[in-house]
Design a protein around this ligand. Structure first.
Ligand SMILES: NC(=O)c1ccc[n+]([C@@H]2O[C@H](COP(=O)([O-])OP(=O)(O)OC[C@H]3O[C@@H](n4cnc5c(N)ncnc54)[C@H](O)[C@@H]3O)[C@@H](O)[C@H]2O)c1
Length: 340
């Protein structure tokens, strides 16, 4: 290991300064976790209201208790700014910006590009940069690395670059940020060592993989797995209705099998990022490589048709009591939007 790498490794293991770019569902809980672990944390966001809220110790994310935030801000462990320049002295910079879809369901990585350009403007030798935003395989290598190289900084030698997918489940009390194992993959083995060192301070288990592409793909497999299985449950619900069988009873009985089955449930639609958006990052990238990701497309079509199916059910139910859909008041009970 070079002296630059050795020095960074020691700082990461002791009490590093960590910069977070993007203080949203992913960035703010992570900022608090790093600060709780003894790091000095600087959060940067373009949204000045979010910056002001953090400075005032006010939480806008369900999983972040305002008391913890306020305590860390008061103690000087956590600060917020809209100026990327505040990260020039950070040991590690973690990018947690949005990755939406464009109009034709193509990846919109403009936030990653903008954040990387901003980091490239201030990056210095001996820093670790980690991308956490969910994206297609190859992003870290294709977007981050060349921009740092253009500043004369080689990944694995001068700076350390890695990808680590965020796996939090907002609102989930059973599995919190600390106990969800953290997958990490660096551009080089030294980059992997650095990113593993960083997250070992806040997560109970770190899972190193051989490259950034693998780490990027892990997240997409997880989300595609859920999308496809939810689509299967939705199709079963639809089919069961044709047979007049209760799909919930079937799933309840099937899940008594102790192996080889995992219950997924039908629903009226999908919200958030993970299921409706992320798999399309992968199918887009696959298409570039001349591969049609059929499961992703089919699952997207089945899941996307559920709101219409539910409207049909309501319309049928009204019809049966001689009422039109138009003008009827419908109470929706038990449906909620689960954040990403
Ligand atoms: N929300 C989740 O549960 C979840 C889970 C896993 C992965 N992810 C992924 O993590 C990423 C972030 O998601 P999120 O839910 O935290 O998004 P979010 O919209 O809640 O927060 C992103 C923040 O980034 C800020 N931002 C955008 N560009 C910036 C820039 N150039 N500089 C500084 N700040 C900037 C925005 O103002 C916003 O506050 C996405 O790729 C998402 O797919 C989200």
């Amino acid at each position: 290991m070079t002296p630059t790498a050795e020095a960074l490794k020691q700082r990461l293991a002791a009490s590093p300064t960590v910069g977070l770019i993007g203080l949203g569902y992913v960035g703010l809980p992570l900022a608090v976790a790093f600060a709780e672990s003894g790091a000095t944390v600087i959060g940067v966001d373009l949204d000045v209201r979010r910056v002001a809220a953090v400075r005032a110790g006010e939480s806008f994310i369900e999983d972040v208790p305002a008391e913890s935030l306020a305590r860390l801000v008061r103690a000087g462990r956590l600060s917020a700014s809209d100026d990327i320049g505040t990260l020039s002295e950070a040991d590690a910079i973690v990018i947690c910006v949005p990755t939406p879809l464009g109009k034709s369901k193509e990846p919109d990585i403009s936030f990653i590009v903008a954040a990387t350009d901003a980091v490239a403007g201030i990056i210095r030798r001996g820093q670790l940069v980690v991308l956490e935003s969910t994206t297609y395989p190859g992003t870290t290598q294709e977007i981050l690395v060349p921009r740092f190289e253009a500043r004369g900084l080689i990944a694995g030698r001068d700076v350390f670059v890695a990808f680590s997918p965020e796996r939090i489940d907002p609102g989930n009390r059973r599995w919190t940020l600390r106990d969800i194992p953290k997958v990490v993959g660096g551009v080089t083995p030294v980059c992997t060592t650095m990113v593993a060192e960083l997250y070992a301070t806040v997560m109970d288990q770190v899972v190193p993989v051989s490259s950034t592409q693998v780490a990027e793909m892990v997240k997409l497999l997880e989300n595609t797995f859920r999308s496809v299985n939810i689509a299967l449950a939705n199709e079963f619900a639809w089919m069961c209705r044709k047979f007049d069988i209760n799909v919930w009873e079937i799933i309840d009985a099937a899940k008594s099998k102790p192996f080889g089955f995992m219950p997924f449930y039908p629903g009226p639609g999908l919200g958030g990022h993970c299921i409706p958006i992320d798999p399309f990052y992968l199918s887009w990238k696959a298409r570039q490589a001349g591969f049609e990701a059929r499961f992703i497309e089919l699952a997207g079509a089945v899941n996307g048709s559920m709101p219409h199916y539910v409207v049909t059910l309501i319309s049928d139910a009204l019809n049966n009591v001689r009422l039109p859909l138009r003008g009827s008041k419908v109470l929706v009970a038990g449906a909620r939007f689960s954040p990403p």
